[in-house]
Structures are given as structure tokens and as C-alpha cells.
Design a protein around this ligand. Structure first.
Ligand SMILES: [Zn+2]
Length: 551
């Protein structure tokens, strides 16, 4: 054991007395130090492809190196680098967006930003020209064989614009087994665009309704009408239709009316498994706009503790390193989005885990620590890794992601982003219980948080994956204090320049929680177990498809 590299000072609660001297210790002071450095003004808010990226990547590499880990990134002339190059597509609409709908009698223009939100095309087109394309309503646009649900019924979408509802068919009490108010991946807007692209649709228009979307039109407008990013793809047209857009509910209702249809009646029909796609007969859709498309370069940072017995099997930890950079100043004039909690805390946790694994005898399986880029641009660093894995996903036993942990607490509970059923969560819950911590499921499953954190990029490819979240029931002050603090953070600091380091933060809860995540990963790395998703999970099929590769 390399005593020198050991993390000193125990802040962990419940460290077993036996062999305590040999166990890695997780220290709140060290966590604080890393958060303070990474969220300092010198790191300029850690924006992708800026000097802030260079500083952040260099800091992470130096820390992983000092922890005794191995570089685990791209293979360069037979040697692993510390980083994986992540080319990203940057797409921006230049000039006006002309959108018109024609019903044979009248031609109506829709205004970009107010009635419709057209995204910059990410299929590589520099000029989007759609002339009088037919429209077809495809309900919720869900194809879920494991749930016996198919909204398409063989309809051909080539050359057509698909109009689709947000969320999944049972959200308003409709038929189907999609978790009721909770959202499955079929309900998420990303799924809608992906599924229509797979089916070769010319375009997709998602009807925005505030309740099933879980956010208002302002959010739709802000996140869809500015610069868009995607991973650089070999065949972008396979992943993106030429048109991806949202439409306001009332504008959509007007569109249905022109075709002699009633929106609410059509929606009701879409909530039944007997639903058949409905052409918006006699109505055509036209669009014309220019897109500036370019490639920018960023990096994931990858470090490894190589397994001693089964080095070609992997346990992964991840945290995104990027944040929002320098932007609009707040009322105090501060313009650097320091991102101390989001996600300085996750990075500090990742470094602590790296130091712990580096200080201990090698586990049986390899442990991969991945700091991903461009989470704030749509989970892109993790998506790039999942599309271009450095190590086979079918040999990856599980992933634990950390994003925006609480530097306060400690809490009597923990949570994960969104709702999911998988062995990895059961194992974490059992471990937490032994430490007197309860698992509290996401109280707002309809918000679809499971699909909004980096673990999801691997989950949707079948890798058992969760994003750990700090609890809201503080030992000191209960839910009133813990949830109160979360709500305050969301209101005054989340994605704002006020997300800054505070020297009064104790990091006591985090130190304890990271020790628990270490135990979970170490035991998985020292086992031959392959945890899986529950039988009714939408990710089970993807995992089972590669079952033959795992012994
Ligand atoms: Zn964020």
C-alpha cells in the first residue's frame, strides 16, 4: 500500500473498526479543496473549448496521476493518453426562419420562438428547404415491443413531417404500462426525435403542453432556438431528421383544425393501444432557413485502476467537468458561472474515489474514472463515450455518476436522478440501510430526471447505471432544512453565477456518501456479478442482447 498517496483524516461516519487503518478515508477538507480550486475564477466557469477547459483537464489529469492511476484515454501510438478527444458539432441558425402551413385555401406563417421552436438542423444541412411536405399525427410516437405498444402500425414516414405528443400514453390516465405519472424514456423529447429519425421521417414536430412536458414554453424556446450541439457523427442524418421542432399546443390545435380534426379527440385516441396514425389531410408544411455548422473539439478525462484478476471487466464512475463558462452577469456584476456545486462537487468526489482506489491493492476488475465534457450541452461527453467506448460496454458491470452533490448535510437519506429499477440501486440501498440511510425515490418522477444526467447515455445502451443524489432529510434540521436548502439552491444558484464555493460548507455528508459509493464500486469490482435491470425496464433488452459476451 502506498501510504503517501492515502487520503488522510476520517470524516466518514460508520467506518468499521476492523482494519480501519487499511481502509481509504474520505476527507471533507480534501473535497472542499478540490471544489474550491475547480470553481475558482481562474477556471472561468469551465466552459467547453475555452482556456477554462484546458485548466480543468490539466488539473484532473495531475490529480489522477498523483493518485497513482493509469491514463485510460485514447490509444495514441500504442499508448493510452489521459484524455479521449470529443469532437462536437455546433449548429446555429443564421438569418430568419420561414415556416408556413398551407391548407389549400390559406397559407399561414408561424413565428419562430412564439408559435414554433425550430432547432438548428443537426443532420449536416447548411440550408433547410422543405416544400409542401405532408403531415401525419403519430400519437405519442412510441414503439415499445416489450410493452406491446406500437403507435406507428406500419405507417411510412419518409418525406413526411411527424406530429407527436410529449410524454407517454398513460400520463393522463390513458392505456398502457408506462409508469403512470412517471415518465419512461418513450416520453422524453429526445426519444421522439431519435425514433422518427430511425423511421426516416423528414421531420418531427412535438406538441408542447406544459403539464406533460413538465416545463413551460419559455424553456422550450430558450433551449431550442439558440445554438445546438451534438457529438460529431459518422452519419448525422441517421440520428437527426432535417427538421426538429416544437409547436405550442394552441398552434397545433389550429393545425389539426385545418385538416378537419379535433386535437383533443385525436389526443384521446392516442392514449389507446388501438391508435392509428392520422394524416393531416390537405395540409402541407414548408420551411426555409440557413444553418452554420462547424466542429469544435473537447475532451473527456479517463483514469484507471487496472484490475488484478479480470482487468478486461470494468466498473465505472463518472462526473461531468464542464459548466457554463462566462455569461450574463448577475445583480452583483459577477459574470463567471463558477459551478461549485454543479459540478465541482461531482469532480471532487470522482478525484476522492480515484485516490482511494489508487491507495489500495488493485481490485479484481478494472475501475474506470471518467470526467466527461459537455453535459451542460446535452449529455454529449457521456454520449460520445457511449458511442465510442474506450472499453467494451458489454464488459462494463455498472456505472455510478455524480452530479451536483450537496456540500452540506449530512442527510439521513439519499436519492438518485429519476426513477429506475435495477440491481445496482438495490445494492446501494442495502449498503445505505446498513449505514442508517434510507433511499428516497425522486418525488417528481414525471420530470424525467433519469434521462437528464450522464449515466443515462450508458443506461440506454443497457449498462446498469445510476446518478447518485444527496438526501434532503438532514440529521440536523430534517426535511425542512434539507429540502429547504435544495429549493434555495435551485432558486438562487442553479445555473447562475451564485453557484460559488462557500468556505463554511462542511462536506461531511458528501465524505460519508462518497465512502459508500466507494464500497459499492469496490465490491462490484471484486465480484463476478453482472447486475441487471428489472424485467420490465426499457433498458433490459439492450443489456440482455449482449448477455452471451459475459461469463
Ligand atoms: Zn448543470
Amino acid at each position: 500500500m502506498k501510504t503517501a498517496a492515502r487520503v488522510l483524516l476520517a470524516a466518514a461516519i460508520g467506518t468499521p473498526a476492523v482494519h480501519a487503518a487499511d481502509l481509504p478515508q474520505f476527507d471533507g477538507k480534501r473535497l472542499a479543496q478540490d471544489v474550491q480550486v475547480l470553481s475558482s475564477d481562474a477556471f472561468e466557469g469551465r466552459a467547453v473549448a475555452t482556456p477554462g477547459e484546458d485548466k480543468t483537464v490539466a488539473y484532473l489529469v495531475a490529480q489522477f496521476n498523483a493518485a497513482g492511476l493509469q491514463p485510460a484515454g485514447d490509444l495514441v501510438r500504442g499508448k493510452r493518453a489521459w484524455t479521449q478527444d470529443v469532437p462536437l458539432g455546433r449548429f446555429e441558425i443564421t438569418g430568419p426562419v420561414a415556416v408556413t402551413v398551407d391548407d389549400g385555401k390559406a397559407r399561414t406563417a408561424y413565428t419562430q420562438g412564439s408559435e414554433i421552436a425550430v432547432r438548428a438542423a443537426m443532420n449536416g444541412a447548411r440550408q433547410v428547404v422543405i416544400a409542401r411536405a405532408p403531415l401525419v399525427f403519430v400519437g405519442y410516437g412510441v414503439s415499445a415491443p416489450e410493452r406491446n405498444w406500437d403507435d406507428f402500425k406500419g405507417v411510412d414516414l419518409k418525406g413526411k413531417i411527424a406530429v407527436v405528443l410529449i410524454n407517454d400514453p398513460d400520463v393522463d390516465g390513458g392505456e398502457g404500462n408506462f409508469g403512470g405519472k412517471a415518465m419512461t424514456y418513450y416520453g422524453r423529447w429526445t426519444y421522439k426525435y431519435e425514433e422518427m429519425a430511425r423511421r426516416g421521417a423528414l421531420g418531427t414536430i412535438i406538441v408542447h403542453e406544459p403539464a406533460p412536458a413538465a416545463y413551460g414554453w419559455a424553456t422550450v424556446k430558450n433551449s431550442n432556438t439558440n445554438v445546438m450541439y451534438d457529438i460529431a457523427r459518422q452519419d448525422p442524418a441517421a440520428a437527426h431528421s432535417v427538421l426538429e421542432a416544437w409547436i405550442q399546443r394552441d398552434a397545433a390545435a389550429g393545425l389539426f383544425q385545418r385538416a378537419g380534426l379535433d386535437f383533443d379527440a385525436a389526443k384521446k385516441q392516442a392514449q389507446t393501444s388501438a391508435f392509428q396514425p392520422v394524416p393531416l389531410a390537405g395540409v402541407t408544411f414548408s420551411a426555409n432557413f440557413a444553418v452554420d455548422a462547424r466542429v469544435i473539439h473537447s475532451k473527456n478525462v479517463a483514469a484507471m485502476r487496472r484490475g488484478a484478476v479480470r482487468p478486461d471487466q470494468y466498473v465505472m464512475y463518472s462526473a461531468h467537468w464542464d459548466h457554463l463558462g462566462i455569461g450574463q452577469p448577475d445583480a452583483t456584476g459577477h459574470a463567471i458561472y463558477n459551478g461549485a456545486v454543479d459540478n465541482g462537487t461531482g469532480l471532487a468526489a470522482l478525484l476522492a474515489l480515484g485516490r482511494a482506489f489508487g491507495s489500495q491493492p488493485a481490485p479484481q476488475r478494472s475501475v474506470l474514472l471518467l470526467a466527461v465534457t459537455a453535459e451542460e450541452k446535452g449529455l454529449l461527453g457521456s454520449e460520445y463515450y457511449a458511442s465510442n467506448p474506450l472499453y467494451p460496454l458489454d464488459q462494463t458491470a455498472g456505472l455510478i455518476n455524480m452530479d451536483a452533490l450537496s456540500p452540506k448535510g449530512p442527510a439521513r437519506n439519499f436519492t438518485i436522478s429519476g426513477n429506475a429499477k435495477l440491481d445496482l440501486l438495490d445494492q446501494l440501498t442495502a449498503r445505505a440501510k446498513a449505514r442508517g440511510l434510507a433511499y428516497t425515490p425522486d418525488p417528481q418522477p414525471e420530470a424525467g430526471r433519469f434521462f437528464r444526467s450522464d449515466h443515462f447515455s450508458l443506461a440506454k445502451r443497457g449498462v446498469p447505471a445510476i446518478s447518485f443524489g444527496s438526501g434532503n432529510d438532514w440529521i440536523d434540521g430534517g426535511v425542512a432544512a434539507g429540502q429547504g436548502d435544495k429549493d434555495r439552491y435551485t432558486a438562487v444558484a442553479y445555473h447562475q453565477p451564485a453557484d460559488r464555493f462557500d468556505p463554511t460548507w462542511s462536506f461531511g455528508g458528501m465524505a460519508r456518501d462518497v465512502a459508500m459509493l466507494y464500497d459499492l464500486g469496490r465490491d462490484l469490482a471484486n465480484s463476478t456479478a453482472w447486475p441487471n435491470w428489472s424485467a420490465d425496464s426499457e433498458f433490459r433488452q439492450a443489456r440482455d442482447a449482449s448477455a452471451g459476451m459475459r461469463k
